[in-house]
Design a protein around this ligand. Structure first.
Ligand code: FAD
Length: 450
């Protein structure tokens, strides 16, 4: 079994990381991907000088293990760090983008929160711990920081990261760091200060928001060139263990034997006929909801936009009752994202908040989006560039009760020794989280096989 290769199904960032590390540890490995290229959600398109990110736009680098992985892949020179003023983020309040406070002084003066709301934040260290082991993000924030922080900070923040609502996510699973601050220190504010040294010891590095010179897709392309042998246009339809090892089936062709199989496909794409899984476990895994999301790319001449676009972008709280979730100021974030004298905006629509909006036809969506942009950013005239991508199932929602999902994943693996289920549904949805958990799993597999 030991000398047989490991099969990795899915060449998204999870599968590519696992395959790259296995190859590095001298474990033979083969990747199977149903599309004709690597990357999964990571996809960059260069359309006559407009550099569009169809999936992730930025990577938040905060763990040394991830930074080292990118350096070892030879990507350090290719990295670009987000423009300095992208630390400024806007939240819409009363129809106007207001900067999120970045200092104590701006926090005192911000119109985002009333005086009562600000005093409520200062009272956070005096709020006692919850005895609910699996509260929603909304319950946690409202209890500790008050309604205003929930509505005008966390609600838009959750829309920006998960394309979802704080009421629909489990704090412990979606934001474990926040959960741990309360559990360990009894306070988020106090824990943020007191835990700084510990975070450094845990391998945290100063935070950096990055992409790559040619866009995010440089990452999967580089990894694919260093990972194991790849079979593209191969949709795996069956995974089966027989004497001699694991076998895969695609387009009526059989591949194998393999020592192990790592399945990296999203949970909603797992077919019951594909892996050995019982009805109960299969139904449990299908409970994970991936809300739909549309992303619209709009280009304008600079003199069409009144707002200076001096920041990362803006997010819209649900209470503001707008058509969009928010927008990135993409041409401010990184150089070379738009032709000269043009601005590129990346606008998000739908998610768990307004799922019906996500699937609107392009023309209808454009009207809704433009109505908001005209109002919020003072845009005049028609866009000079437009593109639109629709994600029917964008990002998995780590809902309350997610322990049952994690337990089911473990049960499926325990009943099928040699089968591993990996991906953004397990240890965090961000690209860096997928890299981190991919490295850990590959190291474990290499150890098992040594
Ligand atoms: C619109 C959007 C914006 C995002 N923005 C950010 C961001 O700014 N920063 C950030 O860190 N994260 C962001 N994310 C999240 C992040 O991109 C994803 O969580 C991550 O890329 C998922 O990687 P994965 O490898 O686990 O899964 P995927 O990327 O989904 O990869 C799974 C792969 O499996 C393949 N596959 C499926 N079925 C089969 C089969 N039967 N046989 C063979 N192959 C199969 C698929 O084609 C795919 O290539 C964003 C996600 C989306 C959708």
């Amino acid at each position: 079994m030991k000398n047989k290769p490991v099969a990795v199904v899915g060449a998204g960032i999870s599968g590519l990381t696992i395959s790259t590390i296995l190859k590095k540890r001298e474990v033979p490995v083969e990747i199977f991907e149903k599309k004709d290229e690597p990357g999964g959600a990571l996809k960059t398109v260069n359309s006559n000088g407009w550099l569009l990110e169809y999936g992730p736009n930025t990577l938040l680098l905060k763990d040394k293990i991830v930074a080292d992985f990118l350096r070892d892949a030879g990507l350090e020179e290719e990295m670009v760090v987000a423009n300095e003023n992208s630390s400024k983020r806007f939240i819409v309040k009363n129809g106007k983008p207001e900067p999120l406070p970045a200092s104590i002084w701006s926090a005192v003066n911000t119109p985002l929160f009333s005086l009562k709301g600000k005093l409520r934040i200062l009272g956070e260290p005096f709020i006692s711990r919850s005895d609910d082991p699996d509260q929603t993000v909304a319950e946690f924030v409202e209890r500790r920081l008050g309604e205003e922080v929930l509505n005008y900070a966390i609600n838009p923040f959750v829309a920006g990261i998960f394309a979802n609502r704080p009421e629909d996510l489990s704090l412990r699973h979606a934001f474990p760091a926040m959960h741990n601050l309360e559990a360990e220190y009894g306070s988020m504010i106090w824990g943020s200060f007191a835990g700084a040294k510990k975070r450094k010891e845990q391998g945290r590095i100063p935070r950096k928001l990055i992409s790559f010179k040619e866009g995010i897709q440089q990452l999967p392309e580089t990894l694919a060139s260093q990972a194991g042998k790849a079979h593209y246009n191969q949709k795996i339809e069956k995974i089966e263990k027989r004497t001699g090892g694991w076998f895969l089936e695609s387009n009526g062709r059989e591949f194998g034997p393999y020592s192990k199989v790592v399945l990296n496909t999203p949970l909603y794409q797992i077919k019951q006929s594909q892996i050995p899984v019982n009805d109960y476990d299969f139904e449990m895994l299908q409970k994970v909801h991936y809300p739909p999301l549309s992303v619209m790319y709009l280009g304008f001449k600079k003199d069409q936009v009144e707002h200076p676009l001096d920041g990362f972008g803006f997010l819209v709280p649900e209470l503001e009752q707008r058509n969009i979730l928010g927008a990135l100021f993409s041409s401010t974030l990184f150089e070379g994202r738009a032709p000269d004298d043009r601005h590129l905006l990346t606008v998000f629509v739908g998610g768990g908040r307004q799922p019906d909006h996500a699937s609107l036809p392009t023309e209808k969506m454009l009207n809704l989006v433009m109505a908001d942009l005209q109002d919020l950013l003072g845009i005049t005239g028609e866009p000079v560039f437009m593109d639109h991508v629709y994600w029917p199932n964008a990002i998995p929602a780590y809902h309350t009760g997610y322990d049952d999902i994690l337990r089911t994943l473990k049960n499926v693996e325990a009943r099928n020794p040699g089968l591993h289920l990996a991906g953004n549904f397990r240890h965090g949805i961000s690209v860096p989280d997928c890299i981190k958990s991919g490295i850990e799993l590959a190291d474990q597999i290499a150890k098992d096989l040594s």
